[in-house]
Design a binder for this molecule. Structure first.
Ligand SMILES: C[S@@+](CC[C@H](N)C(=O)[O-])C[C@H]1O[C@@H](n2cnc3c(N)ncnc32)[C@H](O)[C@@H]1O
Length: 216
């Protein structure tokens, strides 16, 4: 049986605002527990309101490592006003822009996981450029344009340690199934053809790859 979160952690995940279905969340959790054995930080790109962060944070807590989560907190293209995934509650009324940071902080606090997470507030490529620590896991769940998905891959995949795991969310091989573009699928194919990563598992749109070679 793969490791599963305790009922209270699963309940916090399911109660949190966000996009990840429970089946993928359970796969993310089991993968994060495995990656935690490397004793290195676990990093997520795409915090939003902290739904998936809860699972990474709990796995990090169990492993005695830190979960890192990167987001500028202004939302992706498809989350902006007028788009399909917009949530008016995420808009800061004073400046009229999305700000998911306050909800994220409340989510983590309520789940009792604040001390296991470092939030990196900024643009993913900008943060990646100054990053220097090997990572046990990188979970890419940020922007869905080719520019953003490629930037996340090129910025963070080099930091996945030997034996570490690279996870890509919203991988839709069939164009009929995609709602926000196939950029994550293209990044997944690139990782496989690089020869640096080998597929471990697929759960719905979540792909798990392990670093088995150098490069990206
Ligand atoms: C699909 S949501 C993440 C969902 C979250 N993992 C969950 O479980 O609910 C994507 C997030 O990526 C962030 N994002 C998109 N492009 C980004 C970039 N270039 N740098 C930092 N964050 C980015 C958006 O602000 C948004 O919050």
């Amino acid at each position: 049986m793969p490791p599963a979160p305790k009922p209270e952690i699963l309940a916090a995940f399911e109660a949190a605002k966000g996009f990840m279905p429970t089946g993928e969340g359970l796969a993310l959790y089991a993968t994060a527990v495995e990656a935690g054995r490397l004793g290195l930080p676990l990093l997520e790109v795409g915090t939003y309101c902290g739904r998936s962060t809860i699972l990474l944070a709990d796995a990090a807590r169990a492993a005695g490592v830190t979960a890192l989560t990167v987001d500028h907190h202004r939302g992706s293209e498809e989350q902006q006003p007028g788009w399909e995934y917009h949530d008016p509650e995420t808009v800061d009324p004073e400046i009229g822009l999305m700000d998911t940071l306050p909800t994220f902080r409340r989510t983590l606090h309520k789940a009792g996981l604040e001390e296991h997470v470092v939030a990196l507030v900024g643009r993913s490529p900008q943060v990646a450029k100054i990053w220097g620590t090997p990572l046990g896991l990188v979970f890419i769940d940020g922007g869905h344009t080719d520019e953003h998905a490629t930037g996340d891959y090129e910025g963070w995949a080099p930091h996945v340690a030997e034996g570490g795991l690279l996870l890509i969310h919203d991988v839709f091989p069939d164009p009929a199934d995609e709602f926000t573009g196939q950029a994550p699928y293209r990044v997944y194919l690139r990782a496989l053809t690089s020869g640096a990563f080998t597929e471990v598992s697929a759960t719905d749109s979540l792909r798990v790859l392990r670093r088995t070679g150098a490069g990206i």
